[in-house]
Design a protein around this ligand. Structure first.
Ligand code: HEM
Ligand code: HEM
Ligand SMILES: [Fe+2]
Length: 462
């Protein structure tokens, strides 16, 4: 039984499957680092902390990109009411991106980073060595090539088809993603300047254009599972993206407080980033509103749960935990502490990991030819996955926040002289790091349940 509206939507499936494989890798390296935090080296120096960190964060970004691409290949043709311009190109780009991704991760793991930089010609065009952007220059060029092919394919599809608000917002977000990535190629030797432009990628992604991608995917899934009129959802979508861009662009200033930038950034950054929680809050209102006003009972309960869950968790992680440390007088004390890590974890999971799982939950039964929804047993297991991962992440965030508050208390607040050193402080936080690791294991169990749900079928009566 094939339940796809357009056959070419099928290209989304390998993207989703590969995203999940990388997700597993990301979590295993997270847990490894969590252990290194409390017991030190446990793998005989084979995988140093800095390498594990790079693998953890790069796998995260790459699996989210695979997820966004899968989402786009699935929803753009359906919205445009036409087949994808070139399914062959989509599959070719999948293999190129997957091969480049695997080669890069193996490069991180198998050779020292400096050697990797040397053999990939970093001297010719230095772009390596910055958090999230550690990829060799040649990999970065590969990413741009894949992105161009991807945008071309989607653009041609939209041009020949129906132009909906969802498709326009999705395309704007994806083009923005590609454009801001270009700052990864600019690597000034002055460290302050380097950091300044680094945030053009990192901040303008997660607090700018990625929000458009999230809003578009959420709108698509909500229309499908609730049957609410497109016009209603589109109005919300416009309000959300306007708020996201108005607050998020100048909100970049919350990273310019301590970079030797002019002092007015402390005002601009504080004021505009304080508005940033609003679009996330609007997404909560909109998701719950639409589900309450639903015109149909969609059999895919799990997809509805993910759609509601991502709005709440994104608001908590980005909105609440972001606001916590965004005002300059607070950030003066919390900058670069475990508070930052707490926020980074919940925001990335709540907004972007969960929105990818939302569209996967909706689309995978159709992509796999199961029908509108998985059987009840599979959905129950999937919801166990949802809750274990989400509760695991809530506790990871709470324990890191505890660690962060104590860190500020011991290391940052006391007058110099009485303040504990960085490492002496870290020793006092061990209990929180142990608890974080336990919460991380709960998260892993949730991920296992989630993946297992793809293999659960209805029990046949004997
Ligand atoms: C889904 C959206 C978001 C994601 C994925 C996200 C993720 C992150 C990450 C990973 C970092 C750490 C970057 C580093 O390595 O230094 C960070 C820093 C920060 N985020 Fe967010 N964030 C989001 C939204 C927000 C919002 C809405 C606010 C404000 C209301 C905010 C405020 C901050 C601040 C102030 C910092 C700097 C912390 C420091 O000084 O150490 N974030 N964010
Ligand atoms: C489940 C168990 C997990 C554990 C034990 C874990 C552990 C860690 C550790 C130890 C770091 C390095 C912190 C440092 O530099 O001191 C880190 C960084 C990071 N992890 Fe995880 N992680 C886990 C899951 C996740 C998930 C699910 C996400 C997002 C979906 C995520 C996103 C990140 C990000 C964005 C950073 C960089 C944070 C920053 O720069 O502040 N992690 N993680
Ligand atoms: Fe930011």
């Amino acid at each position: 039984m094939n339940t796809l509206k357009y056959q070419s939507q099928a290209v989304a499936k390998p993207y989703f499957v590969f995203a999940m494989i990388l997700f597993v890798g990301q979590i295993l390296f997270g847990l490894l680092m969590g252990l290194q935090y409390v017991v030190g080296d446990i793998v005989g120096g084979l995988i140093p902390f800095n390498v594990a960190r790079m693998v953890h964060t790069n796998l995260l970004i790459v699996w989210l990109l695979f997820g966004f691409m899968g989402a786009a290949y699935y929803l753009v043709p359906e919205e445009a009411e036409t087949e994808l311009h070139s399914p062959k190109l989509a599959i070719a780009l999948f293999w190129i991106f997957a091969a480049a991704g695997v080669a890069t991760i193996l490069g991180y793991l198998l050779v020292p980073y400096a050697t990797l930089a040397h053999i990939t010609g970093n001297d010719l065009w230095p772009t390596m060595g910055r958090e999230f952007l550690e990829q060799p220059t040649i990999t970065k060029i590969g990413i741009v090539v894949v992105a161009l092919g991807f945008l071309y394919n989607l653009g041609m599809t939209i041009l020949k088809g129906r132009k909906t608000a969802i498709n326009m917002v999705m395309m704007t977000g994806l083009i923005g993603l590609a454009v801001f990535f270009l700052f990864a190629f600019y690597n000034p030797t002055n460290l302050a300047l380097d950091k300044y432009f680094w945030w053009f990628v990192v901040h303008l992604w997660v607090e700018g254009v990625w929000e458009l991608i999230m809003g578009a995917i959420l709108a698509f899934v909500l229309i499908k599972v609730t049957g609410v009129d497109r016009e209603v959802i589109e109005k919300w979508l416009y309000v959300i993206i306007a708020m996201a861009l108005i607050s998020g662009i100048l909100g970049t200033g919350h990273h310019f407080y301590w970079l030797m930038t002019p002092a007015y950034w402390q005002w601009v950054g504080s004021i505009f980033s304080a508005i940033e929680p609003l679009p996330f809050f609007a997404m909560v209102l909109y998701a719950f509103n639409m589900v309450n006003r639903r015109r149909r009972e969609h059999p895919n309960k799990a997809a509805t749960l993910w759609a509601l869950g991502t709005s709440v968790m994104a608001f908590l992680g980005a909105g609440v935990w972001g606001f916590l440390h965004t005002l300059a007088p607070v950030n003066y004390y919390t900058h670069g502490t475990q508070i930052t890590a707490a926020h980074g974890h919940m925001a990335f999971y709540g907004a972007y990991a969960m929105i990818v799982m939302t569209i996967m939950s909706y689309a995978m039964p159709k992509l796999r030819g199961v029908g509108e929804a998985n059987c009840n047993r599979a959905q129950v297991v999937e919801m166990w996955g949802f809750w274990l991962m989400t509760v695991g992440m809530v506790f990871i965030t709470l324990f890191l926040t505890g660690a962060g508050v104590l860190q500020v208390w011991l290391q940052r607040l006391p007058e110099s002289g009485e303040a504990l050193s960085f490492m002496a402080t870290q020793d006092k936080l061990a209990i929180f790091y142990w608890l974080r690791e336990i919460a991380g294991v709960v998260f892993l169990l949730g991920l296992v349940a989630y993946l297992y749900s793809f293999f659960v079928t209805e029990k046949k009566a004997a």
